[in-house]
Every structure is written in structure tokens, then in C-alpha cells.
Ligand binder design. Sequence first.
Ligand code: 5GP
Ligand code: ZN
Length: 124
Amino acid sequence: MDNCIFCKIAAKQIPAQIIYEDDDLLAFNDINPAAPIHFLIVPKKHLATLADCTVSDTALLGKISLLAPKLAQELGCGYNVDANGVGQGGFKTLFNTGPDGGQEVYHLHMHVIGGPRPWRRSLA
Ligand code: 5GP
Ligand code: ZN
């Protein structure tokens, strides 16, 4: 897609702090983080919003969802249960969709947000 900033990041036409890449997905740090850890997982294929996805995108959405906890763990905000059965850590996942959903970049992306609080109020 012309003039899509995340397509340009996926095509390496503009730089980003890339933390993961495979044939279908890219993950990179958000340029304006709302928390100590804030990265985005995007499909390389251009899809404007979650509402544009169809059943043919089921596997892609599943891959995004499964990648989130894996990368969160690697980056230090994974969710873990200690020996006493008490949960520790964790992160927020978020797809903003459309103007009322607060979407600014119209290329599908999952926000993954974590790390010690406080976070920016708008996302907390
Ligand atoms: P949205 O509001 O669309 O859900 O979120 C878009 C996110 O993309 C925002 O958190 C914003 O900081 C981030 N973002 C916008 N432009 C760039 C960019 O050029 N590079 C990176 N790494 N993040 C961006
Ligand atoms: Zn795009």
C-alpha cells in the first residue's frame, strides 16, 4: 500500500526498532511508548483494520495472538505464576479500530504494553 507507514516499515523503507520478523509478521517498538515496554505486532500484508479481516485471516490473527506472550516474555513483561501459585507480571494487548477506537495508523496492529506502572493514562 502506498503511503502506509507500517507497509514502509515492513518493506524496510523507513527504520524501526525491529524485535521480531518472520514470513508473515513483524514486531517493532512503538515510537511513542505508553509504558516501559510497548511494541506493535503487524502483519506484513496490508490489512487496514481488525474489521477488514475475514475468515481467511484466522491463522494470521492466531499467529499475532500467540506471538504476543512469547515476545512479552522475552522483553521482560511476561505473565508467570510463581511456586505459590501467585501470578506475576503481565501485559495488555490492544487493537484500536476506527476513529472511535482511537486508531491512528490504518494498518492492522496489536499493541503489546507492559512493564512497571504507572503507564500513560490513556492506555492504562
Ligand atoms: P493506533 O492509535 O493506530 O492504534 O496506534 C498507532 C501507534 O503507532 C501509535 O502508538 C504510534 O506511536 C505508533 N507509530 C506511529 N508512527 C510510527 C512510526 O513511524 N514508527 C513506529 N515505530 N511507531 C509508530
Ligand atoms: Zn500497510
